[in-house]
Design a protein around this ligand. Structure first.
Ligand SMILES: *Cc1c(COP(=O)(O)O)cnc(C)c1O
Length: 435
Protein backbone atom coordinates (compact mmCIF):
# COMPACT_ATOMS: atom_id res chain seq x y z
CA UNK A 1 0.00 0.00 0.00
CA UNK A 2 1.44 3.36 -1.04
CA UNK A 3 1.86 5.52 2.07
CA UNK A 4 4.31 8.07 0.63
CA UNK A 5 2.44 11.15 1.75
CA UNK A 6 1.55 9.83 5.18
CA UNK A 7 5.15 8.74 5.77
CA UNK A 8 6.46 12.15 4.69
CA UNK A 9 4.01 13.88 6.99
CA UNK A 10 5.00 11.59 9.85
CA UNK A 11 8.70 12.38 9.31
CA UNK A 12 7.88 16.08 9.30
CA UNK A 13 5.66 15.78 12.37
CA UNK A 14 8.38 13.98 14.33
CA UNK A 15 10.60 17.08 14.08
CA UNK A 16 8.26 19.15 16.22
CA UNK A 17 5.77 16.81 17.93
CA UNK A 18 6.89 13.97 20.24
CA UNK A 19 6.54 10.81 18.16
CA UNK A 20 4.79 12.86 15.49
CA UNK A 21 1.37 12.56 17.14
CA UNK A 22 -0.64 14.37 19.78
CA UNK A 23 -1.88 11.19 21.48
CA UNK A 24 0.30 8.06 21.62
CA UNK A 25 -2.00 5.37 20.24
CA UNK A 26 -2.31 7.28 16.94
CA UNK A 27 1.31 6.45 16.12
CA UNK A 28 0.55 2.86 14.99
CA UNK A 29 3.74 1.80 16.81
CA UNK A 30 2.53 -1.76 17.39
CA UNK A 31 1.59 -2.47 13.75
CA UNK A 32 3.57 -2.41 10.51
CA UNK A 33 1.89 0.44 8.64
CA UNK A 34 2.49 4.15 9.12
CA UNK A 35 -0.48 6.00 10.58
CA UNK A 36 -2.56 7.26 7.67
CA UNK A 37 -2.75 11.07 7.87
CA UNK A 38 -6.42 11.85 7.44
CA UNK A 39 -7.67 14.56 5.14
CA UNK A 40 -11.43 14.08 5.50
CA UNK A 41 -14.23 11.94 6.82
CA UNK A 42 -17.80 11.48 5.61
CA UNK A 43 -20.34 9.12 7.11
CA UNK A 44 -18.65 5.78 7.78
CA UNK A 45 -15.61 6.66 5.65
CA UNK A 46 -12.17 8.19 6.07
CA UNK A 47 -9.84 9.40 3.36
CA UNK A 48 -6.09 9.71 3.87
CA UNK A 49 -3.37 11.89 2.35
CA UNK A 50 -2.44 9.16 -0.16
CA UNK A 51 -6.00 8.98 -1.46
CA UNK A 52 -6.99 5.71 0.25
CA UNK A 53 -10.55 5.38 1.44
CA UNK A 54 -11.39 3.33 4.53
CA UNK A 55 -14.47 2.19 6.39
CA UNK A 56 -13.78 3.68 9.80
CA UNK A 57 -14.29 1.58 12.94
CA UNK A 58 -12.36 3.95 15.19
CA UNK A 59 -14.78 6.86 14.99
CA UNK A 60 -12.26 9.22 16.59
CA UNK A 61 -11.92 6.60 19.38
CA UNK A 62 -15.62 6.55 20.15
CA UNK A 63 -17.24 9.97 19.78
CA UNK A 64 -18.62 9.69 16.24
CA UNK A 65 -21.78 7.68 16.87
CA UNK A 66 -23.49 9.43 13.92
CA UNK A 67 -20.47 9.05 11.65
CA UNK A 68 -18.29 11.80 10.19
CA UNK A 69 -19.54 15.23 9.21
CA UNK A 70 -23.19 14.60 10.01
CA UNK A 71 -25.23 17.46 8.46
CA UNK A 72 -27.11 18.24 11.68
CA UNK A 73 -23.88 18.49 13.64
CA UNK A 74 -22.16 20.62 10.99
CA UNK A 75 -25.14 22.98 10.92
CA UNK A 76 -25.09 23.31 14.72
CA UNK A 77 -21.35 24.03 14.73
CA UNK A 78 -21.59 26.62 11.94
CA UNK A 79 -24.54 28.34 13.54
CA UNK A 80 -22.82 28.51 16.93
CA UNK A 81 -19.50 29.70 15.46
CA UNK A 82 -21.31 32.49 13.63
CA UNK A 83 -22.38 33.87 16.99
CA UNK A 84 -18.85 33.88 18.42
CA UNK A 85 -16.41 31.18 19.48
CA UNK A 86 -16.06 31.64 23.22
CA UNK A 87 -17.31 34.02 25.88
CA UNK A 88 -16.11 32.76 29.25
CA UNK A 89 -19.64 33.54 30.36
CA UNK A 90 -22.69 31.30 30.69
CA UNK A 91 -24.74 30.45 27.58
CA UNK A 92 -28.08 28.71 27.09
CA UNK A 93 -26.53 25.82 25.15
CA UNK A 94 -24.69 24.63 28.28
CA UNK A 95 -27.95 24.54 30.20
CA UNK A 96 -29.64 22.59 27.41
CA UNK A 97 -26.82 20.01 27.31
CA UNK A 98 -26.85 19.64 31.11
CA UNK A 99 -30.64 19.20 31.05
CA UNK A 100 -30.37 16.57 28.32
CA UNK A 101 -27.84 14.56 30.34
CA UNK A 102 -29.98 14.78 33.49
CA UNK A 103 -33.05 13.76 31.49
CA UNK A 104 -31.36 10.68 30.05
CA UNK A 105 -29.65 9.52 33.27
CA UNK A 106 -31.78 9.25 36.41
CA UNK A 107 -28.57 8.99 38.49
CA UNK A 108 -27.40 12.41 37.29
CA UNK A 109 -29.16 15.20 39.15
CA UNK A 110 -26.49 17.82 38.47
CA UNK A 111 -23.64 17.91 36.02
CA UNK A 112 -20.54 20.04 35.35
CA UNK A 113 -19.13 20.36 31.82
CA UNK A 114 -15.38 20.13 31.23
CA UNK A 115 -13.18 19.71 28.13
CA UNK A 116 -12.13 16.04 28.15
CA UNK A 117 -12.69 12.67 29.73
CA UNK A 118 -9.44 13.09 31.64
CA UNK A 119 -10.71 16.25 33.29
CA UNK A 120 -14.01 14.58 34.09
CA UNK A 121 -12.44 11.64 35.94
CA UNK A 122 -9.89 13.81 37.79
CA UNK A 123 -12.69 16.07 38.94
CA UNK A 124 -15.02 13.23 39.94
CA UNK A 125 -12.34 11.71 42.15
CA UNK A 126 -11.72 15.14 43.70
CA UNK A 127 -15.42 15.39 44.53
CA UNK A 128 -15.38 11.90 46.04
CA UNK A 129 -12.38 12.82 48.19
CA UNK A 130 -13.94 16.14 49.11
CA UNK A 131 -17.22 14.69 50.28
CA UNK A 132 -15.74 11.70 52.12
CA UNK A 133 -12.62 13.35 53.57
CA UNK A 134 -10.65 10.27 52.46
CA UNK A 135 -7.65 10.09 50.10
CA UNK A 136 -7.41 6.65 48.55
CA UNK A 137 -9.39 5.28 45.64
CA UNK A 138 -9.72 1.94 43.88
CA UNK A 139 -9.25 1.42 40.15
CA UNK A 140 -9.12 -1.77 38.14
CA UNK A 141 -6.22 -3.14 36.15
CA UNK A 142 -6.70 -2.53 32.44
CA UNK A 143 -9.27 0.22 32.96
CA UNK A 144 -8.22 3.60 31.56
CA UNK A 145 -9.48 6.80 33.07
CA UNK A 146 -7.41 9.37 31.19
CA UNK A 147 -3.88 10.50 31.94
CA UNK A 148 -4.27 12.08 35.37
CA UNK A 149 -1.39 11.13 37.70
CA UNK A 150 -3.41 8.99 40.06
CA UNK A 151 -4.88 6.91 37.22
CA UNK A 152 -1.60 5.89 35.57
CA UNK A 153 -1.10 3.01 37.92
CA UNK A 154 -0.67 -0.70 37.21
CA UNK A 155 -1.18 -3.45 39.72
CA UNK A 156 1.80 -5.23 41.19
CA UNK A 157 2.01 -8.85 40.17
CA UNK A 158 -0.15 -11.37 41.92
CA UNK A 159 -2.46 -9.98 44.51
CA UNK A 160 -3.71 -6.45 44.27
CA UNK A 161 -1.40 -4.10 46.05
CA UNK A 162 -0.48 -0.46 46.38
CA UNK A 163 -0.02 1.08 42.99
CA UNK A 164 3.24 1.29 41.11
CA UNK A 165 3.31 4.18 38.61
CA UNK A 166 3.25 3.02 35.00
CA UNK A 167 4.77 6.30 33.80
CA UNK A 168 7.81 8.27 34.94
CA UNK A 169 6.67 11.55 36.39
CA UNK A 170 3.95 10.10 38.58
CA UNK A 171 5.05 10.73 42.17
CA UNK A 172 5.26 7.66 44.39
CA UNK A 173 3.19 9.53 46.95
CA UNK A 174 0.37 9.91 44.40
CA UNK A 175 0.61 6.28 43.35
CA UNK A 176 0.31 5.20 46.97
CA UNK A 177 -3.24 6.52 47.08
CA UNK A 178 -4.34 4.40 44.12
CA UNK A 179 -5.33 0.86 45.02
CA UNK A 180 -5.79 -1.64 42.22
CA UNK A 181 -7.64 -4.90 41.78
CA UNK A 182 -8.32 -7.11 38.76
CA UNK A 183 -11.45 -6.21 36.80
CA UNK A 184 -14.47 -8.45 37.46
CA UNK A 185 -13.00 -9.61 40.79
CA UNK A 186 -15.26 -8.57 43.62
CA UNK A 187 -13.34 -10.46 46.28
CA UNK A 188 -10.09 -8.61 45.54
CA UNK A 189 -11.95 -5.31 45.84
CA UNK A 190 -13.50 -6.33 49.14
CA UNK A 191 -10.01 -7.23 50.40
CA UNK A 192 -8.81 -3.71 49.59
CA UNK A 193 -11.59 -2.28 51.73
CA UNK A 194 -10.70 -4.68 54.54
CA UNK A 195 -7.07 -3.56 54.40
CA UNK A 196 -8.02 0.13 54.29
CA UNK A 197 -11.00 0.56 56.55
CA UNK A 198 -12.21 4.16 56.45
CA UNK A 199 -9.50 5.07 53.90
CA UNK A 200 -11.18 4.64 50.52
CA UNK A 201 -12.98 7.64 49.04
CA UNK A 202 -14.10 6.03 45.79
CA UNK A 203 -14.22 3.10 43.45
CA UNK A 204 -13.93 4.13 39.82
CA UNK A 205 -14.83 1.58 37.18
CA UNK A 206 -15.60 1.34 33.49
CA UNK A 207 -18.96 -0.45 33.79
CA UNK A 208 -18.12 -2.03 30.43
CA UNK A 209 -14.34 -2.00 30.11
CA UNK A 210 -13.36 -0.57 26.74
CA UNK A 211 -9.64 -0.05 27.15
CA UNK A 212 -8.72 -3.74 27.19
CA UNK A 213 -10.94 -4.48 24.22
CA UNK A 214 -14.54 -4.85 25.28
CA UNK A 215 -15.11 -6.60 28.59
CA UNK A 216 -18.63 -6.75 29.98
CA UNK A 217 -19.09 -6.97 33.72
CA UNK A 218 -19.65 -10.46 35.13
CA UNK A 219 -23.13 -11.04 36.46
CA UNK A 220 -23.37 -9.40 39.88
CA UNK A 221 -20.07 -7.54 39.61
CA UNK A 222 -21.44 -4.00 39.32
CA UNK A 223 -24.15 -4.79 41.89
CA UNK A 224 -21.42 -6.05 44.20
CA UNK A 225 -19.37 -2.87 43.79
CA UNK A 226 -22.51 -0.84 44.47
CA UNK A 227 -23.23 -2.75 47.69
CA UNK A 228 -19.60 -2.57 48.82
CA UNK A 229 -19.40 1.21 48.32
CA UNK A 230 -22.69 1.77 50.13
CA UNK A 231 -21.62 -0.47 53.00
CA UNK A 232 -18.20 1.19 53.42
CA UNK A 233 -19.22 4.79 52.77
CA UNK A 234 -17.27 5.13 49.50
CA UNK A 235 -18.43 6.90 46.34
CA UNK A 236 -19.11 4.68 43.33
CA UNK A 237 -17.98 6.35 40.10
CA UNK A 238 -18.94 4.89 36.74
CA UNK A 239 -16.53 6.10 34.11
CA UNK A 240 -18.84 6.10 31.09
CA UNK A 241 -16.54 8.21 28.95
CA UNK A 242 -16.49 5.35 26.46
CA UNK A 243 -19.55 3.26 27.36
CA UNK A 244 -21.72 6.37 27.58
CA UNK A 245 -24.42 6.34 24.85
CA UNK A 246 -22.73 3.29 23.34
CA UNK A 247 -24.20 0.61 25.63
CA UNK A 248 -27.83 1.59 25.04
CA UNK A 249 -30.07 4.60 25.63
CA UNK A 250 -29.13 4.81 29.31
CA UNK A 251 -25.58 3.61 28.77
CA UNK A 252 -24.09 0.85 30.90
CA UNK A 253 -25.80 1.98 34.10
CA UNK A 254 -29.24 1.61 32.53
CA UNK A 255 -28.38 -1.59 30.73
CA UNK A 256 -27.18 -3.33 33.89
CA UNK A 257 -29.55 -1.54 36.24
CA UNK A 258 -26.92 -0.32 38.70
CA UNK A 259 -26.91 3.26 39.96
CA UNK A 260 -23.57 4.98 40.56
CA UNK A 261 -23.13 8.04 42.78
CA UNK A 262 -21.15 9.89 40.13
CA UNK A 263 -20.73 9.35 36.40
CA UNK A 264 -18.10 10.70 34.02
CA UNK A 265 -18.74 11.38 30.35
CA UNK A 266 -16.66 12.30 27.32
CA UNK A 267 -16.34 11.15 23.71
CA UNK A 268 -19.95 10.93 22.35
CA UNK A 269 -21.14 13.77 24.59
CA UNK A 270 -19.02 16.21 22.56
CA UNK A 271 -19.93 14.78 19.18
CA UNK A 272 -16.31 15.03 17.99
CA UNK A 273 -15.50 18.29 19.76
CA UNK A 274 -13.77 18.52 23.13
CA UNK A 275 -16.41 18.04 25.83
CA UNK A 276 -16.36 16.00 29.01
CA UNK A 277 -18.73 16.03 31.96
CA UNK A 278 -19.10 14.67 35.46
CA UNK A 279 -22.28 14.53 37.43
CA UNK A 280 -24.44 12.60 39.83
CA UNK A 281 -26.15 13.03 43.15
CA UNK A 282 -27.09 16.63 43.89
CA UNK A 283 -25.88 16.07 47.45
CA UNK A 284 -22.33 15.64 46.09
CA UNK A 285 -22.41 17.92 43.05
CA UNK A 286 -23.71 20.83 45.10
CA UNK A 287 -20.35 20.74 46.88
CA UNK A 288 -18.61 21.84 43.66
CA UNK A 289 -17.45 25.45 43.44
CA UNK A 290 -19.02 28.01 43.39
CA UNK A 291 -22.03 26.21 44.93
CA UNK A 292 -19.67 24.56 47.43
CA UNK A 293 -16.01 24.43 48.49
CA UNK A 294 -14.60 21.76 46.07
CA UNK A 295 -12.71 23.69 43.43
CA UNK A 296 -12.85 22.90 39.72
CA UNK A 297 -12.78 25.36 36.81
CA UNK A 298 -12.06 25.77 33.09
CA UNK A 299 -11.54 28.77 30.80
CA UNK A 300 -13.11 27.01 27.83
CA UNK A 301 -15.50 24.70 29.74
CA UNK A 302 -18.94 24.65 28.16
CA UNK A 303 -17.52 26.17 24.99
CA UNK A 304 -20.49 27.21 22.83
CA UNK A 305 -19.33 25.46 19.64
CA UNK A 306 -18.43 22.21 21.41
CA UNK A 307 -21.67 22.21 23.37
CA UNK A 308 -23.69 22.83 20.19
CA UNK A 309 -22.04 19.81 18.55
CA UNK A 310 -22.66 17.59 21.56
CA UNK A 311 -26.27 18.64 21.86
CA UNK A 312 -26.88 18.08 18.14
CA UNK A 313 -25.50 14.54 18.39
CA UNK A 314 -27.61 13.68 21.43
CA UNK A 315 -30.76 15.20 19.94
CA UNK A 316 -30.28 13.27 16.71
CA UNK A 317 -29.41 10.05 18.55
CA UNK A 318 -32.48 10.19 20.82
CA UNK A 319 -34.84 11.54 18.13
CA UNK A 320 -35.64 7.96 17.08
CA UNK A 321 -35.63 5.21 19.72
CA UNK A 322 -34.85 2.65 17.02
CA UNK A 323 -31.39 4.19 16.54
CA UNK A 324 -30.02 2.17 19.45
CA UNK A 325 -31.58 -1.02 18.03
CA UNK A 326 -30.05 -0.29 14.64
CA UNK A 327 -26.61 0.09 16.19
CA UNK A 328 -27.07 -3.15 18.09
CA UNK A 329 -28.33 -5.07 15.04
CA UNK A 330 -25.40 -3.81 12.98
CA UNK A 331 -23.00 -4.94 15.67
CA UNK A 332 -24.67 -8.39 15.79
CA UNK A 333 -24.24 -8.79 12.06
CA UNK A 334 -20.64 -7.63 12.13
CA UNK A 335 -19.68 -9.81 15.10
CA UNK A 336 -21.30 -13.02 13.89
CA UNK A 337 -19.88 -12.43 10.40
CA UNK A 338 -16.36 -11.91 11.74
CA UNK A 339 -16.57 -15.00 13.91
CA UNK A 340 -17.83 -17.09 10.99
CA UNK A 341 -15.03 -15.81 8.75
CA UNK A 342 -12.42 -16.62 11.39
CA UNK A 343 -13.86 -20.09 11.96
CA UNK A 344 -13.83 -20.79 8.21
CA UNK A 345 -10.12 -19.91 8.13
CA UNK A 346 -9.42 -21.97 11.26
CA UNK A 347 -8.35 -18.95 13.29
CA UNK A 348 -9.04 -18.83 17.04
CA UNK A 349 -11.03 -15.64 17.45
CA UNK A 350 -14.16 -14.28 19.08
CA UNK A 351 -15.94 -10.97 19.43
CA UNK A 352 -17.10 -9.44 22.72
CA UNK A 353 -19.57 -6.59 22.40
CA UNK A 354 -22.08 -4.46 24.20
CA UNK A 355 -24.28 -2.09 22.19
CA UNK A 356 -22.19 -0.31 19.56
CA UNK A 357 -18.78 -1.10 21.07
CA UNK A 358 -16.97 -4.36 20.55
CA UNK A 359 -13.61 -6.07 20.24
CA UNK A 360 -12.32 -9.08 18.34
CA UNK A 361 -9.90 -11.17 20.41
CA UNK A 362 -7.54 -13.67 18.84
CA UNK A 363 -8.39 -16.38 21.32
CA UNK A 364 -11.19 -18.83 21.98
CA UNK A 365 -11.18 -18.01 25.70
CA UNK A 366 -13.59 -15.38 26.97
CA UNK A 367 -11.80 -12.26 28.29
CA UNK A 368 -12.80 -11.23 31.82
CA UNK A 369 -9.81 -9.06 32.79
CA UNK A 370 -6.53 -7.57 31.61
CA UNK A 371 -4.50 -10.75 32.11
CA UNK A 372 -6.94 -12.61 29.86
CA UNK A 373 -6.68 -9.85 27.24
CA UNK A 374 -2.89 -10.04 27.32
CA UNK A 375 -2.97 -13.78 26.63
CA UNK A 376 -4.54 -13.26 23.18
CA UNK A 377 -2.40 -13.68 20.07
CA UNK A 378 -0.87 -10.24 19.38
CA UNK A 379 0.97 -11.38 16.23
CA UNK A 380 -2.26 -12.61 14.71
CA UNK A 381 -3.83 -9.25 15.49
CA UNK A 382 -1.02 -7.36 13.75
CA UNK A 383 -1.30 -9.47 10.60
CA UNK A 384 -5.07 -9.01 10.61
CA UNK A 385 -4.82 -5.27 11.18
CA UNK A 386 -2.45 -4.74 8.25
CA UNK A 387 -4.50 -6.95 5.94
CA UNK A 388 -7.69 -5.06 6.81
CA UNK A 389 -6.08 -1.65 6.33
CA UNK A 390 -4.84 -2.74 2.89
CA UNK A 391 -8.42 -3.76 2.08
CA UNK A 392 -9.89 -0.43 3.10
CA UNK A 393 -10.95 -1.17 6.68
CA UNK A 394 -9.58 1.12 9.38
CA UNK A 395 -9.33 -0.56 12.79
CA UNK A 396 -7.59 0.72 15.91
CA UNK A 397 -3.92 -0.30 15.73
CA UNK A 398 -3.91 -2.15 19.05
CA UNK A 399 -5.42 -5.44 20.22
CA UNK A 400 -6.55 -3.68 23.41
CA UNK A 401 -8.75 -1.14 21.66
CA UNK A 402 -12.44 -1.45 20.96
CA UNK A 403 -14.12 -0.90 17.61
CA UNK A 404 -17.18 1.26 17.22
CA UNK A 405 -20.18 1.26 14.95
CA UNK A 406 -21.95 4.45 13.89
CA UNK A 407 -25.39 5.02 12.43
CA UNK A 408 -23.63 5.68 9.12
CA UNK A 409 -22.43 2.05 8.96
CA UNK A 410 -25.04 0.26 6.84
CA UNK A 411 -25.32 -3.23 5.32
CA UNK A 412 -23.01 -2.25 2.46
CA UNK A 413 -20.17 -1.23 4.79
CA UNK A 414 -20.61 -4.33 6.93
CA UNK A 415 -20.67 -6.59 3.89
CA UNK A 416 -17.47 -5.00 2.51
CA UNK A 417 -15.85 -5.42 5.93
CA UNK A 418 -16.73 -9.11 6.07
CA UNK A 419 -15.37 -9.72 2.57
CA UNK A 420 -12.10 -8.07 3.61
CA UNK A 421 -12.09 -10.07 6.85
CA UNK A 422 -12.29 -13.42 5.01
CA UNK A 423 -9.04 -12.60 3.22
CA UNK A 424 -7.46 -11.10 6.31
CA UNK A 425 -8.20 -14.20 8.42
CA UNK A 426 -6.76 -16.34 5.61
CA UNK A 427 -3.58 -14.23 5.83
CA UNK A 428 -3.50 -14.83 9.59
CA UNK A 429 -3.91 -18.58 9.09
CA UNK A 430 -1.12 -18.65 6.47
CA UNK A 431 1.24 -16.71 8.72
CA UNK A 432 0.44 -18.82 11.80
CA UNK A 433 1.23 -21.97 9.80
CA UNK A 434 4.76 -20.72 9.09
CA UNK A 435 5.46 -19.58 12.65
C1 LIG B 1 -11.02 7.95 26.54
C2 LIG B 1 -11.30 7.68 27.97
C3 LIG B 1 -10.96 8.59 28.99
C4 LIG B 1 -10.16 9.83 28.70
O1 LIG B 1 -10.85 10.75 27.93
P1 LIG B 1 -10.00 11.87 27.13
O2 LIG B 1 -11.06 12.71 26.50
O3 LIG B 1 -9.14 11.14 26.17
O4 LIG B 1 -9.22 12.62 28.14
C5 LIG B 1 -11.36 8.31 30.27
N1 LIG B 1 -12.05 7.19 30.57
C6 LIG B 1 -12.38 6.29 29.63
C7 LIG B 1 -13.17 5.09 30.01
C8 LIG B 1 -12.01 6.49 28.30
O5 LIG B 1 -12.30 5.56 27.39
Amino acid sequence: MDQTKSRDLLDRARQTIPGGVNSPVRAFTSVESAPPFIVRGDGAYLEDADGHRYIDYVGSWGPLILGHAHPRVLAAITEAAGRGTSFGAPTEGEVALAEKVCEVFPSVEMVRLVNSGTEATMSAVRVARGVTGRDKFVKFVGCYHGHGDGFLIEAGSGLATHGVPSSPGVPASTAADTLTAPYNDLQATRALFDQNPEGIAAVIVEPVAGNMGCVPPREGYLEGLRALCTERGAVLIFDEVMSGFRCGPQSAQGRFGVTPDLTTFGKVIGGGLPVGAYGGKAEFMSQVSPAGPIYQAGTLSGNPIAVAAGLAVLEELYSDPSNFDRLETGMDELATGLEAAAAAAGVAYHVQRVGSMGCGYFSEEWVYDFDDARRCDADAFHTFHTAMLERGVYLAPSPFEAFFLSLAHGPEEISHTLTAAKEAFAAVAAKTATR
